[in-house]
Design a protein around this ligand. Structure first.
Ligand code: NOJ
Length: 564
């Protein structure tokens, strides 16, 4: 199977010569509002990303995935889209977008954008029209409106719960209710409606024509729904198998949509790529990842696992055979904009193995609101995160990185309630922190206004410890996490070969060792005890923590050995 651009190809893209660039790409996720702020209004923007294009090139990534940058009221961090074919004026203009695409392409970096098809913003012109046109109108048919229950219809149609807490239905002024699987401000679209289908094709063409190389499809498993009356209760829904016939989730008919999208993607040269964010049972992933469908699907198993050798090995083995079944490549993710950063997950206290249901070591838990933060082992968390990331970057398949993980950033827990933004925090009555802590604007410099994020403030407060994790501080330190990522990503261009690996038995439960077909070897020690390795220090090209002795891999460390 052909691999990503080799180091010598890295440079300006030849637009049509590599259909398979995505198979083993390093894709770096930018959350635009928190990456870099060029105009000093406290919100990151497209020109901010443009100003950091050289940083992305120095990091060596193959592609940048932009989370939504479209006009939005920010009820859900931009995943409430008011116009799919424009740029939020606070983030820039379409001309800025074109400039950014050109700047990335000049540096050999592809660009992937986020498409949010399950729901629009309630500020989208279609929803505004639906509200204005009233019950029974054609405008309401693009969404999912129902009458309420109870004598006066004042109860929601069902007892379903939205993903961010509270009812999944919201009542409008004339008494009807609409479905929102996520925030109230995110009404679900009705994908039976031909205009909905047509409009998304237009959107995909719009961005493809502007030079976008691929798409990340938000909650790809939720678009189609069977909402015939009588609607089932939440308990009835929960008891139904999710086997392609469930009324709300992972329905087989969603693939009719993606087959149509695939035809559109394949009409471009090179074909546009897509990756599904599909939270589905393992055996159903290949449907989304097949070449007739989106072509690739996220696998979040590592992100949900503890820092544990047995779990990592099983996940890698399972996902590689799954990818082979669809003809796709595996995807690996440890962090994104929706979860606690992995440095912090791995910093939480060790969970003892009490029974089969708690097999985790570090990283089995999530920081809850009100948790005792003094128990967080920050240094240990970063050490384990570095080891896990180097393990991930050594694997065949595509590596999805989240902005700031290359700095070893921790989750920011210390955000006052009145500055939090995530609907999860409010809809759970502050019981869950939600996702603001991984979306705090990045620190670029040790000091200065918003640590170099921009000339003004930052839309979420940055902690003082950001100084030592800033790009400036880490660029000066050859042992920093940033230096480690840069080195590993540069070497990865040599390491990627056939999409295969062979496990080498280590005789220790807490040590994983695999060999790539070109002879490169990766060894990760998950436990605290060092592991003895045949002495061959010349082959040791990446080490995720300080060396202790040429023959030993320190505890909680990954080493890369170059091909012999
Ligand atoms: C998944 C996105 O990653 C998340 O940020 C968003 O809140 C939901 N989909 C709803 O769009």
């Amino acid at each position: 199977m052909s691999a990503v651009l080799s180091a010598s190809d890295h440079g300006e893209l030849t637009r049509s010569n590599d259909r398979d660039w995505w198979r083993q790409a390093v894709v770096y996720q930018v959350y635009p509002r928190s990456f870099a702020d060029a105009d000093g209004d406290g919100i990151g923007d497209l020109r901010g990303i443009l100003s950091r294009a050289d940083y992305l090139a120095a990091l060596g990534v193959d592609a940048v995935w932009l989370s939504p940058f479209y006009p939005s009221e920010l009820a859900d961090g931009g995943y409430d889209v008011a116009d799919y074919r424009d740029v939020d004026p606070r983030l820039g203009t379409l001309a800025d977008f074109d400039e950014l695409v050109a700047a990335l392409h000049e540096r050999g970096i592809r660009i992937v954008v986020d498409i949010v098809p399950n729901h629009t913003s309630d500020k989208h012109e279609w929803f505004q029209e639906a509200l204005a046109s009233g019950r029974g109108s054609a405008a309401r048919e693009r969404y999912i409106f129902r009458e309420g229950t109870g004598p006066d219809g004042s109860e929601p149609p069902t007892d379903w719960t939205a993903a961010f807490g509270g009812s999944a239905w919201e009542r409008v002024a004339d008494g009807q209710w609409y479905l929102h699987s996520f925030a109230i401000e995110q009404p679900d679209l009705d994908w039976n409606h031909p205009e909905v289908r047509e409009d998304f094709l237009r959107t995909l063409r719009f961005w493809s024509d502007r030079g976008v190389d691929g798409f990340r499809i938000d909650v790809a498993h939720m678009l189609t729904k069977d909402l015939r009356d009588p609607l089932p209760s939440a308990a009835e829904l929960a008891a139904m198998p999710i086997d392609g016939t469930h009324p709300l989730l992972d329905r087989d008919d969603v693939h009719e949509i993606y087959a149509e999208w695939r035809r559109l993607f394949d009409s471009y040269d090179p074909p546009r790529t897509a990756v599904a964010e599909a939270w589905v049972a393992t055996d159903r992933v290949p449907k989304y990842a097949s070449p007739e469908s989106l072509g690739q699907s996220f696998n979040f198993d590592l992100l949900r696992a503890g820092f544990d050798a047995a779990q990592f090995r099983e996940i890698v083995t399972d996902n590689m055979s799954l990818a082979a079944r669809s003809g796709s490549s595996s995807t690996w993710v440890l962090s994104n904009h929706d979860v606690f950063r992995h440095a912090t997950r791995y910093a939480l206290p060790l969970i003892e193995e009490t029974d089969e249901s708690v097999p985790n070591r570090h990283g089995g838990g999530w920081l809850e609101a009100g948790a005792d933060e003094t128990v967080i082992d920050r240094a240990g968390g970063v050490r384990r995160a570095r080891a896990a990331s180097m393990f991930l970057l050594g694997l065949p398949g595509s590596a999805y990185l989240y902005q700031g993980e290359e700095l070893g950033l921790h989750e920011v827990a210390e955000i006052p309630a009145n500055q939090r933004q995530d609907p999860t925090f409010f809809r759970t009555h502050q019981a869950q922190y939600g996702r603001d802590g991984c979306r705090v604007p990045l620190p670029w410099t040790r000091s200065g206004s918003s640590f170099g994020f921009g000339a003004g403030g930052a839309h979420l407060p940055q902690p003082s410890w950001f100084a030592d994790s800033s790009v400036q501080a880490e660029e000066e330190d050859p042992s920093s996490t940033l230096s480690l990522y840069r080195r590993a990503i540069a070497l990865r261009h040599e390491l990627v070969a056939d999409e295969d690996l062979e496990w080498v038995e280590t005789g220790r439960d807490d040590v994983l060792h695999f060999r790539r077909p070109n002879g490169w070897e990766i060894v990760t020690v998950f436990g605290p005890m060092p592991f003895g390795l045949a002495p061959d220090s010349a082959r040791r090209v990446v080490l995720s923590s300080a060396a202790i002795d040429g023959h030993l891999v320190p505890g909680e460390t990954t080493v890369w050995l170059a091909g012999g």
